[in-house]
Design a protein around this ligand. Sequence first.
Ligand code: ATP
Ligand code: FE2
Length: 345
Amino acid sequence: MITLGIETTAHTFGVGIIKGREILANVKDTYTTESGGIIPVQAAEHHKKVKEEILNKALKEASISIKDVDLISFSQGPGLGPCLRVGSRFAAKLSFENNIPLVGVNHCIAHLEVGSLVSDVKDPILMYVSGANTQIIAYESGKFRIFGETLDMGVGNFLDSFARFLGIGFPGGPKISKLAEKGKKFVKLPYVVKGMDISVSGILTNLKQKVEKIKSGKADYTINDLCYSVQEDVFSMILEVTERAVFHCGKKEVLMGGGVSCNKRLQEMTRIMGEEDGLNVFIPPNNLLSDNGVMIAWLGYKMFNALKDKGEDINKLIIKSSKEVESIEIKPYERTDEVKVYWRN
Ligand code: ATP
Ligand code: FE2
């Protein structure tokens, strides 16, 4: 069975193709800027421009034609409305024109489920650190429940905002990570863990003040030192909450997900925690950690098979008219714990 997944919740237009659990293609194009942040309408324009090309590249990489596809899956939410609209209509149009069943999936859960495509992780604490989200999640009694999360910004958006302030462009996480390697001195920053949640907006304000101090020549630290320190500080906050969730839930595995999890230092810190606590740490490859179509395909595949097992009429999933294409539902604000997880036992 061949599944084609389409990802468009934010900056990335991605198409992933899997055959069973074999990855045939993972093609993407990401909207970036030199200095400013992400502008939703511009990102959506980007997606419109590249969609056909990325689809064709993916089909070519997989050596198949669209007629070979058995299921189309798309990210239905959460995310930026204009971006979700491009992806959902594109997916629905493909379903309509080629008579292929269509399922909409939750982007955050796709980040998490992709772990089970590339490893034998079973029942982990999921450390989901991405642009818009930072959540510590575990599957308990039929749902992905959030045991801790950010009270304000996702850590990725926080790093992007800091990078924007430094004028080094979007996405900021990788750029900060590079500068951090050159940092030598740890500069104390606010460390904000409240119960099981973290907060980063105060740290951003503090960082901005420190940058101004550097600019006025009054600081005894550099921008590189700040980049190094912010990683140490905020990643420790995330790990403190993760570690407590692990013990609270009695889990033995930690799975990383989301774009910020590409960060080498965060991976290293998580591995150290795993060694100290006797936990198995699972880290999918970078091209599956940040936004991608494969994770959307994989979750769609799981959901579709569960629906089939329940005896649902699969034909109902095929889009029947261009009116249906236009009115396909998106869920910009859907939360991880709102989703009914019918595909797991
Ligand atoms: P969400 O999944 O919450 O909707 P998103 O789709 O924007 O958010 P991802 O693609 O999972 O998020 O991740 C993008 C984020 O990851 C960006 O904020 C980017 O700065 C950050 N990021 C990517 N690589 C790194 C890195 N090496 N270090 C730190 N952050 C990184
Ligand atoms: Fe994402």
